[in-house]
Design a protein around this ligand. Structure first.
Ligand SMILES: Nc1ncnc2c1ncn2[C@@H]1O[C@H](COP(=O)(O)OP(=O)(O)OP(=O)(O)O)[C@@H](O)[C@H]1O
Ligand SMILES: [Mg+2]
Length: 597
């Protein structure tokens, strides 16, 4: 454990230090009593051998009383440990949420969710496990060892000296194992985390695997990786256990040699026979504890590795930060401007116990535009043109690499992020839903009454859905809304955005084709919901585009034209092409060409 890690751990435990310290002291008291007990038995025996029966029983009595106190302390310590374990786990979860929620939307999009879950889950569990092993197993064991060696010096300097040399030898072997195995254990965890990510993706995408008839290939691929990891782990832990076994074997030999020496001292009359009891008991403690420390050592190395990876994740610098005194307008008008905006996608990858910034990718170049407050604007362009990226910058999922995004004339980073997020209703291209009720999905944590949802649902053209729901708005939608159709999901997304009464509505239309009824409903939903608020729609449907106040045409990360449908139909060749070949849907009931993208 390096100093940097210990300091970070100390900071992470801030509010828990007092209770952990107290719990540790109780555990120490228990160790002291444990250590004293054989001494009193020894004194009783010594008194017995010289015929001092009363004294002998008195020592036994003291031993008994100490034993009772010891039991009591042990009971209280277990109780305390339970309390500490719950409090620590809750504290760590709270800190995780506090830190992780500071990360930007873009950062979450760039980190694999399975890997993220695994790092957080393992790290959180490792906290209590590490504290438990360190404070209540290893430290007391070390104290018991050191205490026993010191006590042995009092019985006989030669026995103490031999025990001391044995102890130093064992510690040296432990440190050697640490140096040898920490990097390998780290590698094993990295591989496990990658495999965990692949496995969770495999399970999540099982319907995809089945429908493509790729079950055996996928199973073979996964099992191949699994077996490789197994053989790496087997080799690693066999080597580690062998080293530990060798250590305990040597300790065992040393222990018996010292025992034999103690007997020899008694035979020569240099040690009182009664003192054999504490001497053998303490010696046995020293060698057996030193011998079994390897198991705890293994746990500690794994736990520290898990926590280091967890720290690397939660200590990631938030990509989107807010100024010290952010502006909180009483009400946003909703004017959006972009001035010379360029953007490169950063990537965050979990690599070598660190989450590092990877290669950047350019997605927007010199974008200049102005969306007046209250207008409805459509953004069109071929797939990959940068439409969703542009919307992401308005949402502040990312900050531009250069240039500025201005809201009502204020530079976006100067505005309070929570206030801005509150003012925006966002419907993503692929609407994400919780496997919970529609009420939850629309309110997202805010409990909405039936009347409130009915009103929102009417605007989002969802009202007909309700009559088909077995449990009304409390019907559960399935994982990611699997029990809803694509069009219904889009409309639930619109309802969710509207539930916040946003000043700015941002819609990234789904590219998937919808039937005319659904298309009509979504068009109506957009028309209803955009009145009185700035609306930015990444449009794939002709109906949406035609009814917009003006249209922004994008290609290869650049804005190449802006204007009304009429203007662009005359001036912009790409726009004409898009209308002819890539947009779909109906305008006033007339079918256009089928979608291409
Ligand atoms: N998270 C990301 N990391 C790196 N590159 C990305 C990321 N998201 C998108 N890109 C890249 O940025 C470019 C613009 O993507 P964007 O999603 O903005 O396109 P789009 O116009 O919305 O396309 P579509 O119509 O298909 O939704 C593409 O080349 C894409 O590969
Ligand atoms: Mg897109």
């Amino acid at each position: 454990m390096d100093i940097k890690f210990v300091r970070r751990l100390w900071n992470a435990l801030c509010t828990q230090r007092a209770i952990l310290g107290f719990s540790f002291l109780v555990s120490l008291a228990e160790q002291v009593f444990d250590l004293l007990s054989p001494y009193f038995s020894g004194m009783a025996l010594t008194a017995l051998t010289v015929g001092a029966y009363r004294e002998s029983f008195a020592w036994l009595g003291v031993g008994f009383a100490i034993g009772i106190v010891d039991r009591f302390i042990s009971w209280r310590r277990n109780h305390l440990n339970n309390k500490v374990s719950y409090e620590l786990t809750t504290h760590v979860s709270r800190s995780t949420l506090e830190r992780v929620t500071l990360l930007s939307v873009g950062q979450f999009r760039s980190i694999n969710s399975g890997q993220l879950q695994m790092i957080v889950g393992r790290g959180e569990n490792a906290f209590w496990a590490l504290m438990n092993t360190l404070l209540f197993m290893i430290t007391p064991a070390l104290l018991q060892i050191v205490g026993s060696v010191i006590a042995l010096f009092f019985i006989d300097v030669r026995i103490g000296g031999m025990a001391f040399v044995t102890m130093i030898f064992a510690f040296a072997l432990i440190l050697h194992a640490n140096r040898l195995y920490i990097p390998k254990i780290d590698e094993e965890q990295q591989r496990e985390s990658k495999l965990g990510r692949d496995y969770s993706e495999f399970v999540r995408n099982m319907p995809l695997v089945l429908t493509h008839g790729r079950t055996s290939e996928m199973v073979d691929d996964y099992m191949g990786q699994r077996l490789e990891l197994d053989s790496f782990g087997m080799q690693l832990w066999t080597g580690f256990s062998n080293l530990g076994e060798m250590r305990s074997y040597l300790l065992w030999i040393a222990g018996w040699s010292i025992r034999a020496y103690a007997f020899w001292l008694v035979a020569r009359g240099e040690l009182a026979i009664g003192m054999l009891i504490p001497a053998l008991s303490w010696l046995g403690g020293v060698t057996s504890i030193l011998g079994t420390l390897q198991y705890q050592q293994r746990q500690v190395i794994s736990q520290v590795t898990s926590i280091k990876r967890y720290f690397a994740l939660i200590d990631l610098e938030p990509a989107v930060t807010v100024s010290e005194n952010p502006i909180r307008p009483a009400r946003f008008d909703g004017e959006i401007r972009m001035v010379d905006v360029s953007f490169e996608y950063p990537t965050y990858k979990v690599d070598e116990d660190d989450i590092q910034q990877g290669d950047a990718r350019s997605a927007l170049y010199d974008v200049n535009l102005r969306i007046p407050a209250g207008k409805r604007v459509a953004i069109v362009g071929p797939s990959g043109a940068g439409k969703s990226t542009l919307v992401g910058l308005i949402m502040r999922a990312y900050d531009p690499s250069s240039g500025a995004v201005l809201i009502d004339g204020y530079d976006l980073p100067l505005i309070d992020l929570v206030a801005w997020r509150d003012a925006i209703g966002y419907v993503e291209q692929d609407v994400k839903l919780f496997d919970r009720s529609l009420r939850f999905n629309i309110g997202m944590g805010r409990t909405l009454s039936d009347t409130e949802i009915d009103e929102i649902a009417k605007m989002a053209q969802l009202d007909d859905l309700r009559s088909r729901l077995t449990q009304g708005w409390d019907t559960v939608v399935g994982e990611n809304g699997i029990r809803l159709s694509g069009g219904e999901k889009q409309r639930v997304g619109i309802a969710r955005a509207l539930a916040r009464k946003p000043r700015v509505l941002v819609l990234d239309e789904a590219t998937s084709s919808l039937d005319t009824v659904n298309e009509y409903k979504i068009r109506r939903a957009i028309e209803e919901s955009s009145s009185g608020r700035t609306t930015v729609i990444v449009a794939h449907r002709l109906s949406t585009v035609v009814s917009a106040d003006f249209i922004i045409v994008m290609e290869n990360g650049r804005v190449i034209a802006q204007g009304t449908h009429q203007e662009l139909s005359g001036e912009c060749e790409l726009y004409r092409e898009l209308v002819q070949h890539q947009m779909y849907g109906t305008v006033n009931g007339n079918e256009t060409t089928a979608p291409i993208n």
